[in-house]
Ligand binder design. Structure first.
Ligand SMILES: [Fe+2]
Length: 393
């Protein structure tokens, strides 16, 4: 029997090479004063940000730019929000990697709902519900990774609380996600690699989530196949537009799946690891993915109800490698594929970011509080979580 499910999605997705040209006219339909939240460059650098400002001004808009640096924290969001309120902005365009998109998403939500970001955040805030629709906003990703352009949560860091958590509501979905794969052409190799591993990880964790549903299952498998083939090629040749497009699509799909069914233990660890150490999100995901799958498979084999999830891990192995064999062989081949991929992409191990084994127990304790951990296909013991960190280290 098909179990009940909900499915959330943005109003409209525009996908295609060169479609960034349409941005100004699209934004103009919702207002005249744009807050551009970006980490894709600076005003005056003669590149993408200047081009978007020019296009928007040609469409009759005034543009105020907030430059997001690093992953967004509470202070960043409050600063950008103050700018939006002072300048009476009526439209937000969030353009860049997931950090800029999440910052812009949070600002759009707060512009209409009032209060501060901590009033609404999960885990580390007061967890109030957003009661009004967000200000109209457009998401324009320039990296293929988080899928934040179609998710209904913004991940925000709080350094004092040593944690990253979400502002989450379906009211945060953008009016429009504009995905132009040409915008990623100049993204550096290492950003392409780790962002792509985030997307692949999100697709795998969605497919094995304990809330997985039929509408996202087919999408997730399609995304896994796309990313497994395209990611090594696009890391090797950044101007390979065909594979840039495939990765942009895989990342978009990962956002659709994760926002509907959740993730798992990799992302459970990613929240506290990213808040306590200067480890890029995609790097944490890449390094933790193979050991988390190994731990989950071991726990599922010892669990009387684990067969359905083991079959899913076998499907993932087949999608990654294109090979057949028994379920066990497919699972092992899938794990081996991911270990090789992380090495081939030269994703650094976690020890290179100041994490030491002394810090493992705190990370395990914090990971248990993360929302993603709830959707892991099987509960993992503290010992299993410690072993995962040791293997990713
Ligand atoms: Fe992620």
């Amino acid at each position: 029997m098909i179990e009940a499910f909900d499915f959330f999605h943005v109003g409209r997705v525009l996908f295609g090479n060169g479609r960034c040209q349409e941005l100004g006219g699209l934004a103009r339909q919702w207002g005249e004063r744009m807050l551009l939240v970006t980490n894709a460059g600076d005003v005056g650098d003669g590149a993408l940000v200047d081009r978007v400002i020019e296009l928007s001004e040609q469409a009759g808009m005034t543009v105020h730019c907030f430059r997001q640096r690093g992953e967004p924290n509470v202070e960043d969001v409050q600063t950008a929000l103050a700018m939006a309120r002072d300048q009476r902005c009526d439209v937000v365009v969030a353009m860049g990697g997931g950090s800029a998109i999440d910052a812009g998403k949070a600002v759009a939500g707060l512009m209409t709902n009032g209060g501060s970001v901590l009033d609404y955040m999960e885990v580390i805030g007061r967890g109030q519900k957003l009661t009004r629709p967000a200000a109209p906003w457009i998401a324009v990703p320039t990296t293929a990774g988080t899928g934040a352009e179609v998710t209904r949560n913004a991940v925000i860091g709080c350094p004092e609380k040593k944690f990253k958590a979400s502002l989450r509501s379906e009211r945060l979905l953008p009016q429009l996600a504009l995905i132009d794969p040409t915008l990623a052409i100049d993204v550096p190799r290492w950003v392409t690699a780790r962002s792509g591993m985030d997307a692949l990880c999100q697709l795998i964790e969605s497919f094995t989530s304990n809330r997985a549903q039929p509408l996202t299952d087919g999408l997730a498998l399609q995304g896994i196949e796309l990313a497994a083939k395209a990611l090594p090629k696009v890391v090797a040749a950044g101007d390979d537009l065909e594979n840039r497009g495939k990765m942009a699509l895989a990342a978009l799909i990962s956002g659709v799946t994760l926002t509907n069914v959740g993730l798992g233990a990799v992302h459970g660890f990613a929240a506290p690891a990213g808040a306590n150490y200067p480890i890029p999100h995609g790097t944490v995901c890449a390094r933790l993915l193979p050991p988390v799958i190994q731990a989950n498979v071991t726990a599922l084999r010892a669990d009387s109800g684990g067969d359905a999830y083991l079959a899913r891990y076998a499907q993932i192995g087949r999608s990654l490698t294109g090979t057949g064999g028994s379920d066990s062989q497919a699972i092992e081949a899938g794990i081996a594929f991911l270990i090789d991929l992380v090495e081939d992409l030269q994703i650094p191990p976690l020890r290179e970011f100041g994490l030491t084994p002394d810090g493992f127990p705190e990370l395990v304790a914090l990971a248990r509080k993360a929302s993603s951990m709830r959707y892991n296909p099987v509960p993992l013991s503290d010992q299993a979580l410690m072993t995962i960190l040791q293997q990713a280290w």
